[in-house]
Unconditional design. Structure first.
Length: 253
């Protein structure tokens, strides 16, 4: 569906490069069903717009909370599907959930926090079989199950994800940026984790920052940022921001 609130801010009139159409996709969190549905909506929109260049930017947090983390990763690793999206530039950014899962494989101490916010759902999606109960209380056992069942190709894919991408007047990151710091000097940890220091700051950042990480019922549009994490894992609403020239639209499942 298109959203009337996504109007261009006349104070800076941000644009993507001429001829380009960019789709930014919010936090998927293990909902491969919503991802596939949104890609179908995007494909239909691409056919209507017929851009000279096409890019899809996935803003991270592909795993955890939803039931299909493995399938989401496989879908993203496969790249653009045949059809209208076949020629798309396919950009997958790292989120804090991917970072913590990778850390957990080497450091069992981070497991308690990861498991508390959806990590066990990721383990279940990768493990062929698990005991009915009890195993999840032993973090070393959880770590061993994940390490045994996570394919090396998946681990390498997640470890190699970039943390930002730029298109014209837009910067795409998972969480946000540290206000007042030049883009080239940003701490990668802030791009994955920052919240209120970024969200509550009204300054112009040099780019419009497109981000996920902080869920809201509807996309949140400000003159300096656009948040598109609409809590897909339990709202059933996965959101894409559509940028074409100076126009903005939204597609949602």
């Amino acid at each position: 569906m298109n959203s009337p609130e996504a109007q261009v801010d006349p104070s800076n009139n941000p644009c993507v490069p001429v001829g380009a159409c960019v789709y930014a996709i919010g936090d998927i969190h293990g909902r491969v069903d919503l991802l596939r549905g949104l890609l179908e909506l995007i494909a239909a929109d691409v056919e209507r717009r017929a851009p000279a260049r096409l890019a899809l930017v996935f803003l991270g947090d592909f795993i955890d909370r939803g039931p299909h983390s493995r399938q989401v990763v496989e879908c993203l690793m496969a790249g653009p599907p045949p059809g209208p999206l076949a020629a798309a530039q396919w950009i997958c950014l790292k989120g804090n959930h991917e970072e913590v899962m990778l850390d957990f494989l080497d450091n069992v101490a981070v497991g308690r926090g990861w498991c508390a916010y959806g990590g066990l759902d990721t383990v279940r999606s990768y493990a062929a079989s698990l005991p009915a109960s009890g195993w999840e209380r032993d973090l070393k056992a959880v770590q061993a199950v994940l390490a045994r069942n996570l394919p090396k190709a998946h681990r390498d894919f997640l470890a190699g994800l970039p943390v930002c991408h730029q298109e014209g007047d837009y910067l795409f990151v998972h969480a946000g940026i540290r206000p007042g710091i030049a883009l080239e000097h940003q701490d990668p940890a802030d791009l994955l984790w920052i919240r209120h220091e970024f969200l509550d700051d009204g300054r112009w950042h040099g780019k419009v920052v497109v981000h996920g990480h902080t869920p809201t019922p509807e996309p949140e549009v400000r003159h300096n940022r656009i948040g598109i994490d609409t809590r897909a894992y339990d709202s059933n609403r996965l959101t894409a921001l559509v940028l074409h020239g100076a126009s903005r639209d939204f597609l949602r499942t």
